[in-house]
Design a binder for this molecule. Sequence first.
Ligand code: PRP
Length: 184
Amino acid sequence: MKNSEMEQDILKVLVTEEEIHSRVQELGAELYRRFEGKKPLFLGVLKGSFVFMTDLVRACQLKSDIEFIAVSSYQNATVSSGRVQIIHDLQQDITGRDLIIVEDILDSGHTLAFLKQYFLTKGAASITIVTLLDKPARRAKAIAADLAGFVVPDEFVVGYGLDYCQLYRNVPYIGVLKPEVYSG
Ligand code: PRP
């Protein structure tokens, strides 16, 4: 990984692999405490959550099932358009289910504000929002996570599922992208 083509585009490491692993174990344990005896549905928001989802469900040994929804509001831009599009919808009825929404980042809040309302109209019994990263500096919607892994500054972060133009999702840590990569 060191000195790979991707690595050369990273300005600095914001959260290391070890820090992520340790925090994900804590989040899994906390979810276990909150949902012990229940059967929540882990609902990952694609694409960004795909790495976090796989680690989080294994860190939380509940008898739970998983589901995904794919949305996009950035369309490869660096600022949210505010228009959230469903690209791949739920494949099951969520009426009466306790949902654990799994996100990689809560940024402007457009995505989660939209999804929370959408899942409520679909009949969810409860909604718990878990995000690996929380970037409060750019919040445009009044929405908060129930559990957040790390609060991050207003920098362009990639890795552990987060992309820039669909790249860097497989960087194993959270890194800050060099400005020259996205400014031309
Ligand atoms: C990213 C991320 C969240 C959302 C958060 O998704 O995965 O879903 O943005 O930003 P917000 O709080 O400003 O709405 P994106 O639309 O880039 O699609 P992706 O998950 O496929 O990367």
